[in-house]
Design a protein around this ligand. Structure first.
Ligand SMILES: Nc1ncnc2c1ncn2[C@@H]1O[C@H](COP(=O)(O)OP(=O)(O)O)[C@@H](O)[C@H]1O
Ligand SMILES: [Mg+2]
Length: 288
């Protein structure tokens, strides 16, 4: 197969996706890498040439990569994950609407461009977690304990786009990162960035049927194939606070092989063994 990976600067040296690319290459597949954050992209040539069986996105939220992936999808190329599904989770405001509409267990969510607007919320909505709608990796996520702190902190809280505020789900300080690859679910415990002093050893843990069912429902709601769900355990049980396309898969056994295999399968190599015959050239809708 011939694949095109869009990789942002931040992940240039990360095992995910670098080792996956290496594995695919070792199996005999051809992988081209585009770095949308740091190179000139010959848009029409790259997207319309139809040289690739699939495009794969491993970029940060808000980065330029998703636009390119959407371009590839628009001319009929296969993308991993589906480009519209990625949009559905990378905008946390949109993700919240979809989650609520489909009955996923999520905190009450509010959106505003200026943090000052959250002052209109009643005192019992606090503590609030305020985060950029296009955030990732814990960037600029902050806990606002009460309305007084909001007034104080609001001038420092800024985002280029939209902010969201969620009711804080009281929890022990441990996140459960649930990863889905090739229809299988794995769970890793990790310290919550809102509880930096809480001692937590990052480790793989068994997944309960309840959380596995929620994670499966998340995949169905957003239409994602390769994804992660951040779950915290509140007084009423598990709550989904974030969904990520192509996450780190930390602590997942044989993650590189599993992800590489899943990419091939999603790219259309179903039924073939790794290293199998390369795909015949694809015909691209929209012309090459
Ligand atoms: N509503 C919430 N209640 C409790 N903890 C939260 C909430 N929202 C976020 N967190 C904590 O903050 C972390 C980062 O927030 P998240 O929404 O996952 O943003 P990011 O996209 O930056 O990962 C989560 O993993 C979780 O530990
Ligand atoms: Mg997160």
């Amino acid at each position: 197969m011939r694949l095109c990976f869009l990789v942002e600067e931040q992940y240039r040296y990360d095992g995910m996706p670098v080792d996956v690319i290496r594995q695919l290459t070792a199996w005999g597949h051809r992988v081209d890498v585009l770095r949308p954050g740091s190179s000139l992209i010959r848009l029409s040539e790259e997207v319309r040439s139809g040289r690739h069986d699939a495009w794969v996105l491993k970029t940060v939220s808000g980065g330029p990569g998703l636009t390119l992936l959407e371009g590839a999808a628009a001319v009929g190329l296969t993308t991993v994950n589906d480009a519209r599904s990625i949009r559905g989770v990378r905008d946390k405001a949109l993700a919240a609407v979809l989650a609520e509409a489909r009955g996923l267990p999520v905190p009450a969510t509010y959106a505003a461009v200026l943090a000052e607007e959250f002052a209109a919320l009643p005192a019992d909505a606090y503590p609030l977690v305020v985060k950029p709608a296009d955030g990732s990796s814990g960037r600029a996520v902050r806990l606002v304990p009460d309305p007084g702190h909001l007034v104080e902190a609001a001038p420092e809280i800024s985002a280029d786009g939209m902010l969201i505020a969620q009711s804080y789900v009281p929890n022990s300080g441990v996140d459960l990162k649930v990863y889905c690859v090739d229809g299988e679910f794995y769970a890793t415990e990790r310290r919550s960035p809102l509880h930096p002093d809480h001692p937590v050893r990052e480790r793989q843990v068994p997944l309960t049927a309840e959380v596995a069912a929620i994670a499966a429902e998340v995949g169905a709601v957003y239409g994602l194939d390769l994804y992660g769900v951040d779950v915290v355990f509140g007084p009423e049980g598990p709550v989904v606070v974030d969904v990520n396309d192509f996450p780190s898969f930390r602590q997942v056994p044989d993650a590189v092989t599993k992800v590489a295999w899943a990419v091939l399968r999603l790219a259309g190599a179903e039924g073939r063994t790794p290293g199998g015959r390369p795909a015949a050239p694809v015909t691209v809708g929209g012309g090459a």
